[in-house]
Write a protein that binds this ligand. Structure first.
Ligand code: ADP
Ligand code: ADP
Length: 229
């Protein structure tokens, strides 16, 4: 099943009298279950591409289907619903709430789903903290955790909503190499076991080597690199 479909997608930013063509005529298809890296130098358009897949931003031209749904005619509320039900986000700076414990951070996005009662939220929180190996740290706040542990909390939080796609914008950028590789290995294991699609950006060659498919972006244009395996 095709989970992401881009047809001739362009994104232009307007800053005063300046126009930046951040993405130029992108055609891209991602199948459900892929583990895909987007590589490219700073400013090449990686974040813009992830923001469009995540329905955080809209294209200036072209067609985007996410999980079979055409996003172009959707209202902001419909896009927010699609995002909440389909996408999980992981960030380079973790973006955890500092005053909440690990388990409260994981539970937080579940509060928006009215069909989940307190017990269902609790079960998911316990399950996903276990999957990322943080059961013993459930009550710790982010400042009581290492960088790698914080990113594991963020992965559990992203998984807890049962997304179809996890988007990770430079998830290892603030981690030392060994920790970053551990995070990628964990993501890969979750990808294999759950079938969740992962799309992550990086400019670290060692991280790229762990991808199963690599696409490269240069100055807003896509260069399909190769299957790494
Ligand atoms: P990357 O993630 O690869 O570093 P980005 O997608 O952040 O690249 O940026 C691509 C281009 O778009 C850059 O030239 C950047 O300066 C520009 N850009 C990104 N976001 C904005 C914005 N909100 N407003 C104006 N220009 C932007
Ligand atoms: P249930 O039937 O209770 O909803 P499932 O085992 O079908 O539970 O899984 C529910 C969700 O948890 C699915 O989104 C699945 O992708 C995810 N999931 C299950 N096992 C794992 C795992 N080992 N790692 C990551 N996510 C998982």
């Amino acid at each position: 099943m095709r989970i992401v479909y881009f047809e001739n997608v362009c994104k232009e930013y307007v800053l005063g009298t300046d126009r930046v063509q951040a993405l130029k005529d992108i055609n891209l298809q991602i199948e459900a279950g892929e583990f895909l890296a987007i590589a490219g130098p700073s400013g090449s358009g990686k974040s813009t591409l992830l923001n469009l897949i995540g329905c955080i931003d809209k294209p200036t031209a072209g067609k985007i289907l996410i999980n079979g749904q055409d996003t172009s005619g959707q209202t902001p509320d419909q896009l927010a619903e699609l995002r909440a039900r389909t996408i999980g986000f992981i960030f380079q700076t973790f973006n955890l709430f500092p005053v909440l414990s690990a388990e409260e951070n994981v539970e937080y996005p579940l509060l928006q789903f009215k069909e989940l009662n307190a017990q269902a939220r609790r079960e998911r929180t316990v399950k996903f903290l276990d999957i990322v190996g943080l059961t013993k740290f459930a009550r710790h706040r982010p400042n009581q955790l290492s960088g790698g542990q914080r990113q594991r909390v963020a992965i559990a939080r992203a998984l807890a909503t049962h997304p179809k796609i996890i988007l990770a914008d430079e998830p290892t950028a603030n981690l030392d190499h060994q920790t970053g590789e551990g995070i990628l290995q964990l993501m890969k294991q979750i990808n294999r076991e759950s079938g969740t699609t992962f799309v992550f950006s990086t400019h670290d060659a060692k991280v790229m080597a762990l991808a199963e498919r690599l696409i490269q972006i240069e100055d807003g244009q896509l260069v399909e690199a190769h299957a790494v395996l």
